[in-house]
Design a protein around this ligand. Structure first.
Ligand code: IMP
Ligand code: MG
Length: 189
């Protein structure tokens, strides 16, 4: 068709703040398909409850759930961590809790990025206390060498350098979530 994807050029409104493409839209799409296939196999006969961590994981969740060929259910949590725009404080506040009961459910947390790991660590303990049958994590991105808390992540999309990135759900001050690719952020936070 010869049509340009948004990867081929940077959105005009954002280009001053964006550096290199960290993960292209094509790479994301291919990896999400693979993860979907893997999850479909691993959870055959026990469809998982996908728990999306708002807001950053919303793009990933929307694509991932359509790549899983099982009758999954979905729910959403919103957490906010106090601190500066580009570093977590590790103190997590639940802004929106789940609507469904986790008792005996196979729960898969869908997260955008694991940086220090503190947010995920908190969530795991918080949700684990509700007696799910199983509790695993599917993270789109993991920052290399940054984890302050050891994590066992069952599914990981990409390991990336420790730079701050935006796009495909990831934000700085609520912006850039609607970019199709993931870029290093070089603007002012
Ligand atoms: P952690 O608690 O340090 O692992 O941070 C996790 C949360 O911080 C993620 O769920 C994101 O909301 C946010 N975060 C960490 N790194 C980035 C980034 O590079 N871009 C956008 N948000 C990020
Ligand atoms: Mg965020």
């Amino acid at each position: 068709m010869g049509s340009l994807s948004r990867d081929d050029f940077t959105a005009l409104w954002a280009q001053d703040d964006l550096g290199e493409v960290a993960v292209s839209a094509k790479e994301i799409a291919d990896r999400v398909s693979e993860l979907g296939r893997q999850i479909t196999q691993d959870y055959a006969g026990r469809p998982p409850l996908l728990v999306c961590v708002l807001k950053g994981a919303v793009n990933f969740m929307a694509d991932l759930m359509r790549a899983i060929e099982l009758p999954v259910e979905i729910d959403f949590m919103a957490v906010s961590s106090y601190g500066a725009a580009t570093k977590t404080s590790g103190v997590v506040r639940i802004v929106k809790d789940l609507d469904v009961d986790l008792l005996n459910r196979d729960v898969l947390i869908v997260e955008d990025v694991v940086d220090s790991g503190l947010t995920l660590n908190y969530l795991r303990q918080y949700l684990g206390a509700r007696n799910p049958q199983s509790l695993e994590v599917c993270a789109l991105l993991v920052k290399e060498g940054e984890q302050r808390v050891a994590q066992s992540l069952k599914y990981v999309g990409f390991c990336i350098p420790a730079d701050f990135v935006v796009g495909y759900g990831l934000d700085v001050n609520e912006r850039y979530r609607n970019l199709d690719a993931i870029y290093t952020f070089i603007g002012e936070a």
